[in-house]
Design a protein around this ligand. Structure first.
Ligand code: HEC
Length: 121
């Protein structure tokens, strides 16, 4: 009986691992050709197309700060609020962007950028 449970658990773990590596493969093809993720190469374009409707300079629609340059974005990468906001589910308080969650590969890429120390270039 115990054996069986262990077997089921390893199956589950394997399944989860294969899902993770699938999405990493997608990521490599579409958004991360070589080397570390950087603000200039990867992150700026994501923020520009998904966040600057509101986090512009000056801000619109009640956004509390701008996200128009590296310094402003890396401040929120550093204090944890960027990752927290993009990982919330649509409709949760503080979920960003408020209109609908980013694709998971995009969220993963931003989190990777943060984990790698939010490089500018
Ligand atoms: C439709 C307008 C709008 C868009 C688009 C938008 N935001 Fe926001 N954002 C707001 C408003 C309004 C607040 C303050 C109220 C709140 O937290 O819900 C906010 C707050 C935040 C906060 C602070 C959250 C906290 O808990 O302190 C972060 C970080 C943030 N936004 C990041 C982003 C990012 C990154 C994007 C793009 C992926 C984005 N926002 C897109 C309007 C927007």
């Amino acid at each position: 009986m115990k054996r069986n449970v262990k077997f089921m658990l390893s199956l589950l773990v394997l399944t989860l691992m294969s899902c993770t590596s699938d999405s990493e493969d997608d990521l490599m093809e579409t958004e991360e050709p070589n080397g570390p993720v950087t603000y200039n190469a990867n992150i700026r374009a994501i923020i520009n197309s998904n966040c600057l409707n509101c986090h512009s300079d000056p801000t619109r629609n009640g956004a509390p700060f701008s996200l128009t340059n590296f310094q402003q974005v890396s401040t929120r990468a550093d204090n944890g609020s960027l990752s927290r906001a993009i990982n919330k589910q649509t409709g949760e308080a503080g979920a960003m962007p408020p209109g609908g969650r980013l694709p998971q590969t995009t969220i993963d890429l931003i989190d990777q950028w943060i984990d790698e120390g939010f490089l500018e270039q």
